[in-house]
Design a protein around this ligand. Structure first.
Ligand code: SAM
Length: 290
């Protein structure tokens, strides 16, 4: 089988199966093998790797993954694509297509079932953009045996993942993802390598799981503090905490004291604080009201 990720081959497959792409499912298929090659190279795949793909589409990236990996397990929500994938990936016996919504799948159980004989599990995907954040957060929070993620998404969202404190894109998502992984940018991807081209530019980012998670105190409470600080981006941390804590207004002085005890100026904004600083605040706080 020739490479699927070309305009000619993609058109041929769509015609053969009389397939109309669904915008509502984020169906923008890759039609440039330079991009699939670069994704494969930055994923460090070898013949002992198990790959989880989200949204194989017509198999453009799946085909390349199947060439290099031991096994590929791919979640595709669109039932119409099953016969297409059966056709386009017929040469690869190491691919398991699961017709499931990734947000509802039991990925941990599926890894045990399909990827039990691999040395390393990784996620490689051109994600459906409309659910990028829930996909990433669900997978990270599920504590899966996944070593790294090489994922394509809308550029604006990817920039939030790699953002440093103080930058425009930095927010609670940056902090949450950087708590679990070391994040780096692989490449910016223009619109014209997709069929049909999406409205936005894309980015590929790599998330490498940290060997030890940082000690931030009670984790749920820590993320509540982070989200609280970004409640209204333009407000100071003191003002934000005054409005998110129950009775915060009447406890202005004690909130101020608590911030000062953690060496944080109450007049700064949450967007300049690092995870370490939130963690310090968290450890000084006994319980955050539900
Ligand atoms: N991997 C292909 C490529 O690079 O050409 C297709 C990527 S396309 C951006 C996203 C794919 O995700 C589509 O095939 C779409 O049907 C699928 N998808 C959308 N929502 C999904 C969900 N909740 N669970 C699993 N797959 C989903």
């Amino acid at each position: 089988m020739r490479d699927i990720a070309t305009p000619t081959k993609t058109k041929e497959i769509l015609m053969k199966h009389n397939l109309q792409m669904k915008k509502s499912l984020g169906q923008n298929f890759l039609v440039d093998t330079n991009i699939t090659d670069k994704i494969i190279r930055s994923s460090d795949i070898n013949n002992n790797t198990g790959v989880i793909e989200i949204g194989p589409g017509i198999g453009s990236l799946t085909q390349q993954l199947a060439k290099y990996a031991k096994t590929v397990m791919a979640y595709e929500i669109d039932q119409r694509l099953l016969p297409v994938l059966e056709d386009t990936l017929q040469d690869y016996s190491n691919v398991h297509i699961l017709n499931q919504d990734i947000l509802k799948a039991d990925v941990s159980a599926d890894i045990k079932l399909y990827l039990n004989d691999v040395e390393e599990v990784i996620v490689v995907a051109n994600l459906p953009y409309y659910i990028t954040t829930p996909i990433i957060m669900n997978l990270l929070e599920a504590d899966l045996p996944v070593q790294r993620y090489v994922v394509m998404m809308q550029k604006e969202v990817g920039e939030r993942l790699v953002a440093d404190p103080g930058s425009k894109s930095y927010g609670s998502l940056s902090i949450a993802v950087q708590y679990y992984t070391d994040v780096s940018q692989v490449m910016i991807v223009p619109k014209n390598v997709f069929m049909p081209p999406p409205n936005v530019d894309s980015i590929v980012v790599k998330l490498e799981k940290k060997s030890d998670l940082p000690d931030v105190g009670p984790i749920k409470q820590c993320f509540k503090l982070v989200r609280g600080a970004f409640n209204q981006r333009r407000k100071t941390i003191l003002n934000n905490y005054q409005s998110v804590f129950v009775d915060g207004k009447s406890h202005k002085e004690s909130i101020k004291e608590w911030l000062l005890e953690a060496d944080i100026d109450p007049k700064i904004r949450g967007e300049v604080l690092t995870l370490e600083q939130y963690s310090k605040l968290n450890k000084l706080l006994n319980n955050y009201p539900e």
